[in-house]
Design a protein. Structure first.
Ligand SMILES: Cc1ncc(COP(=O)(O)O)c(C=O)c1O
Length: 409
């Protein structure tokens, strides 16, 4: 048994891992075309429109509406739901604030469904258990490139007459039962932030099949204002400006052209890593059911037989960066916007108002499986510019540490 690097032994990996380089000549070419067109305003240009058209066609949906971020895309979808103040929207406890804050920004109340402690995805059972007569919508977050049990959630949404919004900000172009995640609900929302499978630095998109939904998406993205649907310069309702620029549109077109290749590469590398670490002692990998792909935004697994912090320190010492706990606590405990109702000035709105029908308390007891999952989960980078040798080094480091720590126990 080789001595662990953290105890002075040789490192598994001495070279740095390849950097992800998402932008190439095609992005440059289209970006230059956009700049040379002397117009970077998406609404009167061609690039954003072309990206929307191609993004919809890629997914096989009727419509796509560009946005400025994943958060903006989800806010726009919530704007389409048009909740009354105090209405509830069910979302995930393990996610980015972009799946939560838009609910509050429309004066609705976030309610958190619990998750599977290994995949960290919301469970249909917990979603259904959290439905009340104030529930209007579900934001179903597909985490780390893994689609949730979409069919079951869709059936629950239909049974209770709720709008289903799929948050695909970490799960682009990933198939569930042969179709891309994001195409099952009323709306599918995507982030094009730098770290995502497809990126424009920042940016986002919403897809839908329903024309009325699309019209509202379009209006909500542009101060309630749209020449095509409104005719005169009127503003249909209260809404922000989330218009994408031609620069993002141009880069987005180039990104979409290679998106599925990027995703397939991540799926293959993830499968390899799953196999490599399957027998490492004290380590658990969530199984992948045959009916879906996992496209790994980052790669996660669970350290249940060792201390996850100690484990990650030892793997990092081997030259493979690894961190424990992802967001550490349920997202609503990161900051005080929910725990202390720090929303609009000192009003505590909508909680401290007559619009809500009950008292809300945001503590860890709401989601015991999420707390358990966050305790053991560890995260490491996996991307399309890595090679199989890189993945084998990650596998070797995990196995070496798992066996080395098991021995010292
Ligand atoms: C699951 C999820 N939802 C929403 C968002 C928000 O996206 P953005 O950062 O583009 O606003 C992210 C971003 O990381 C995310 O991972």
């Amino acid at each position: 048994m080789e001595q662990l690097a953290i105890q002075g032994g040789p490192k598994v990996r001495t070279e740095p891992f390849p950097k992800r380089t998402p932008f190439g000549e095609r992005e440059e070419e289209l970006l230059i075309q956009a700049v040379r067109s002397q117009n970077l305003f998406g609404k009167s240009g061609t690039f954003v429109k072309e990206l929307e058209k191609k993004f919809a066609a890629f997914h096989g949906t009727n419509y796509a509406q560009a946005s400025t971020s994943g958060t903006a895309a989800i806010h726009t979808a919530v704007g389409v739901v048009n909740p009354n103040p105090g209405d509830e929207i069910i979302t995930a406890p393990i996610t980015d604030p972009g799946s939560v804050m838009p609910i509050l920004m429309q004066n609705a109340v976030p309610v958190f469904a619990d998750v599977d402690p290994k995949t960290l995805n919301m469970t249909p059972e917990s979603i259904e258990a959290n439905i009340t007569d104030r529930t209007r919508a579900i934001i179903l977050v597909h985490l780390f490139g893994r689609p949730c049990n979409i069919d079951e959630v869709l059936a629950i949404a239909e049974k209770h007459n709720l709008i289903l919004i799929e948050d695909c900000c970490q799960t682009h172009a990933t198939k569930y039962k042969g179709r891309y995640a994001g195409t099952f609900g009323h709306m599918g929302c995507f982030s094009f932030q730098q770290s995502k499978h497809m990126t424009t630095g920042d940016g986002g998109m919403i897809i839908t099949n329903d024309e009325q939904t699309y019209i509202r998406l379009k209006l909500f993205s542009d101060k309630g204002w749209d020449y095509q649907y409104m005719g005169e310069r009127d503003h249909a309702f209260l809404a922000p400006n989330y218009r994408m620029t031609e620069m993002q549109g141009a880069v987005g077109i180039a990104q979409l052209e290679k998106l599925r290749d990027v995703v397939e590469r991540r799926i293959a590398l993830g499968k390899l890593l799953n196999e490599l670490i399957a027998d490492a002692p004290g380590v658990e990998v969530a199984p992948t059911p045959d009916d879906r792909e996992v496209s790994w935004w980052n790669y996660i697994f669970h350290v249940t037989g060792h201390d996850p912090d100690e484990f990650c320190k030892a793997v990092s010492a081997e030259g493979v960066a690894m961190s424990a706990h992802y967001i550490r606590d349920p997202i609503y405990m990161r900051g005080n916007f929910l725990t202390e109702k720090n929303t609009y000035g000192s009003s505590g709105f909508p909680f401290d108002s007559t619009y809500v029908s009950r008292k809300y308390h945001y503590g860890p007891e709401l989601v015991p499986n999420a707390v358990e999952g966050l305790r053991s989960v560890v995260v490491t980078a996996l991307h399309e510019h890595m090679g199989e040798d890189d993945i084998r080094d990650i596998g070797r480091a995990v196995n070496k540490v798992a066996r080395g720590l098991a021995k010292t126990r």
